[in-house]
Design a protein around this ligand. Structure first.
Ligand SMILES: Cc1cc2nc3c(=O)[nH]c(=O)nc-3n(C[C@H](O)[C@H](O)[C@H](O)COP(=O)(O)O)c2cc1C
Length: 481
């Protein structure tokens, strides 16, 4: 459990998992390249203390290993992704959540800058890659409120347009896109918004978790803080509440009508995404600590900082959906290499055609319908988290002519490099684009009789259970250790 970002960094430093770079840093691309290499070697978190043109240090790679992710969540170290997914499932129990606690003041208010003095260029928000469309805030916890659904906290990328405005990549598949659409239909010009940069890392984990629309991610984060509530303080210029111990807060409003071109941006699927029109966030006030730290990340590598941050939370939400909505579902998994676009589920097949029923049910899961491109259904003797076992299943249990379902094209989450068409029909209302793509579902379960098979069902090789148990019971007697 951590009070703020700096207590987490201190703990990492004490463990030898934080490096302070004192060497002058010339630009964002230098930082991007260092972080890319740190990912390749599962390297430490880092503070760039001397970034040219700025007196605010840049912090990154805080979630760079599964163990650091675990520390941020208060979990024991040394487990694999599946182990953390199972621990995370327990935290989704709302009995473990606690509402944020309102406090009068907090370190995030040590400096208050309002009106014309607001200048985002004073923060080290850099163009992290030369091919990005502009400088990006990549680790914002974006807080908004809706009169029906309550407070929402999520992470959405923000490209700086000028000294007091940015883009906001909230789209119709995300809660804030829904809030914005509701405000628009009610005739509101904008919605209040606050952005926290650099908080206790458990708040980031909460913000990236897909919990129900009505739930507050800051309340969920308390489950990762041993039940301790998040202290929040009221904004200077609107009625939103922000984490009191944050390094930096941006207060302002998101327009329901004004959109601006933003991108391209190197995204988490490992590709640059093309430009798009996004709602504009106007910053009216910046508050920060006296000596703030600026937290950022880069996207792209399979096991990078940002990818590790989103992996377990999103895998857990998907597992919860699959277990509750697919009949006979035994387990579910999103292979990290598939960046959440490939979903694997295992089922206990009880009658012919069950694998296909499960495939259709999987296509209808909110997580799959909104973003995945590929679903694989395997039998319950296959571990969905083992790519080797899944490939074995695909190779030996699939007759493509009968076992592959391909849907009609449908609208999905915009960041989908595989989708062949991007639709802009929503752009004039300020919401983001959608991508048209189909979903392929593969029934990789063993075929039963009555599934069009004119020969006996394939039988898996292995000793009979009775004999194998007997052999194990006598193992030492044979002279083996
Ligand atoms: C570093 C990082 C950046 C992210 N950027 C975006 C983004 O720009 N747009 C988006 O829709 N989701 C983005 N996400 C994923 C969302 O934060 C995540 O899906 C979250 O659950 C959305 O919250 P919501 O369901 O409350 O909308 C990002 C995640 C991470 C870890």
């Amino acid at each position: 459990m951590f009070d703020d970002l700096r207590t987490f960094l201190q703990m990492l430093e004490d463990r030898g998992e934080l490096v302070r770079v004192k060497e002058p840093i010339h630009d964002g691309h230098e930082i991007f390249s260092i972080l890319w290499r740190l990912t390749e070697i599962s390297g430490p978190a880092v503070i760039f203390e001397d970034v040219a043109g700025y007196d605010i240090p840049v912090v990154s790679n805080i979630f760079g290993t599964l163990d650091r992710f675990a520390l941020a969540c208060g979990f024991p170290e040394g487990k694999n992704a599946k182990g953390y997914r199972d621990l995370f499932l327990e935290c989704l129990d709302t009995k473990k959540w606690t509402d944020p606690k309102i406090v009068k003041d907090g370190p995030c208010k040590e400096i208050v800058i309002k009106g014309d003095d607001v200048d985002l260029n004073r923060l080290p928000i850099l163009k992290w890659h030369p091919d990005d469309g502009g400088p990006y805030t990549t680790m914002p916890i974006v807080i908004t409120e809706d009169d029906k659904f309550g407070v929402n906290a999520s992470i959405y990328r923000m490209m700086t347009h000028d000294k007091n405005s940015t883009g906001m990549m909230c789209n119709i598949f995300q809660d804030q896109g829904i809030y914005l659409n509701r405000a628009r239909t009610k005739g509101m010009d904008s919605i209040p918004c606050a952005v926290a940069i650099g908080t206790d890392p458990s708040l980031y984990v909460g913000a990236v978790t897909k919990i129900p629309l009505t739930a507050n991610e800051l309340a969920f984060s308390a489950a990762l803080r041993g039940g301790r509530p998040v202290d929040v303080v009221k904004c200077e210029t609107n009625d939103l509440y922000v984490p009191a111990s944050a390094e930096i807060i941006l207060e302002g409003e998101i327009s329901t009508g004004e959109v601006k071109q933003e991108g391209p941006y190197g995204e988490w699927m490992g590709y640059f995404e093309e430009e798009m029109l996004l709602p504009v966030f106007t910053v009216k006030c910046i508050t920060h600590r006296k000596d703030p730290l600026y937290l950022m990340t880069i996207e792209g590598p399979e096991m990078g900082d940002a990818e590790i941050l989103r992996m377990i939370p999103q895998m857990t939400t998907f597992t919860q959906q699959a277990m509750s909505q697919i009949t006979g579902c035994k387990d579910a998994w999103l292979p990290p290499a598939g960046r959440n676009y490939t979903a694997v589920i295992s089922v206990k097949k009880r009658y012919p055609g069950w694998g296909k029923v499960a495939a259709y049910q999987a296509i209808a899961l909110p997580f799959v319908a909104s973003s995945a491109n590929c679903v694989i259904v395997v039998d319950d003797d296959v571990d969905p988290s083992s790519l080797d076992e899944v490939v074995w299943s695909l190779s030996t249990r699939v007759d493509p002519d009968k076992d592959v379902i391909i849907t009609q094209p449908m609208g999905g989450y915009v960041l989908n490099p595989a989708g062949s068409r991007r639709d802009r029909e929503f752009s004039d209302t300020g919401a983001t684009d959608i991508v048209m793509r189909s979903i392929m579902a593969i029934d990789a379960t063993l075929q039963m009789e009555m599934e069009g098979r004119s020969r006996p069902s394939a039988t898996v090789v292995g000793p009979k259970k009775e004999m194998f148990d007997k052999v194990l019971a006598n193992w030492k007697k044979y002279g083996f250790e």
